[in-house]
Ligand binder design. Structure first.
Ligand SMILES: [Zn+2]
Length: 311
């Protein structure tokens, strides 16, 4: 295994060579995420000057403005989309013909994010569910760029101020921007001035329970598995700037949370007390079901909002 070169930008370690390339000549105290978002906003501004508008913002039109071809795949693909250099030196984005349109839009924007990096022409990148370090760093930055492109902050912030923060708002904005509810909730948490967070939850066992369960199943010759019930557990938390709390990965939420009711479709809301593991916090919880993961486990999205301080 080749050792990865470590560089420090914005006070954090970065190992990915594409990140090193985009930070070349940029002051090292800047966060690469801000640098990438600035470049994505510049791409948006260039396109706007040529009449690109929305919402919804059409990423295929933007790609064409950037002289990048976009087409559906001819057959099944392992990833949602990929970008590659053609023989004539131009770039082409191919999206998986089997993915729903909202995911396709985000994926095309994600691939456009790759073109912000100086070495985009040298490296073919796949967007897939299997993400490994240090490519993770790059993939997350391209997701950040994708959000800037599909949901430009100017319009998005304006739309956000007109709506209450709840499940209906996620659906309304997602439709308006032709984005998935998940990408929309993340964008809301990233840009909202309210104290809120987007939390993605999957109905699953603890990793240790899963291992024990497999051992037990083997011991029983594959017959009936008796063990703990799966719970809704945190996959990730995207907090707003003022939220100030973090629900760690794998943490479960209360057994009687309204999010369980949303699992089989629709949306629910309730005021609940959640724990971060260190502290308890009272929250307005707005939950929305989203498609199951690749293993068929049920998932939900929760937009959690801290009550406004009374003054
Ligand atoms: Zn990618």
């Amino acid at each position: 295994m080749t050792p990865h070169v470590r560089r420090v930008y914005g006070g954090r370690n970065w190992f990915n060579s594409s990140v090193h390339a985009i930070m070349d000549g940029v002051p090292a105290d800047r966060d690469p995420r801000d640098v990438v978002c600035d470049l994505a906003q510049e791409m948006v501004a260039r396109a706007r000057a040529l009449g690109w508008s929305g919402p919804p913002f059409d990423p295929v039109q933007l790609a064409n403005i950037e002289s990048i071809r976009v087409r559906p795949s001819d057959g099944p693909m392992e990833s949602d989309a990929l970008i590659r250099a053609l023989a004539d030196g131009s770039l082409e984005i191919v999206w998986n013909q089997d993915t729903p349109s909202t995911r396709r839009n985000f994926s095309v924007c994600h691939e456009l994010g790759h073109t912000l990096f100086p070495d985009a022409y040298e490296v073919v990148r796949h967007r897939s569910a299997r993400r490994h370090n240090p490519d993770d760093e790059l993939e997350r930055l391209c997701d950040a760029a994708a959000a800037e492109i599909l949901m430009p902050r100017e319009e998005f912030v304006r739309d956000l101020t007109d709506l209450d923060l709840d499940a209906a708002a996620i659906s309304t904005i997602a439709r308006r921007y032709a984005a998935s509810p998940e990408a929309t909730a993340r964008r809301i948490a990233t840009l909202s001035e309210r104290s809120c967070a987007a939390v993605l939850l999957t109905l699953r066992l603890k990793l240790t329970e899963e291992r024990r369960g497999k051992q037990r199943t083997l011991a029983l010759g594959g017959r009936g598995m008796v063990g703990p019930d799966p719970k809704l557990r945190v996959d990730y938390t995207i907090p707003s700037i003022s939220f100030g709390l973090h629900f760690p990965e794998h943490k479960s939420i209360p057994d009687d949370s309204c999010v369980y009711e949303a699992l089989h479709g629709g949306s629910t809301s309730a005021v609940e007390t959640w724990s971060t593991g260190k502290t308890e916090v009272r929250l307005a919880v707005h939950a929305l079901s989203i498609p199951a993961d690749a293993e068929g486990r049920l998932r939900a999205l929760a937009l959690v909002v801290r009550p406004r301080a009374h003054g």
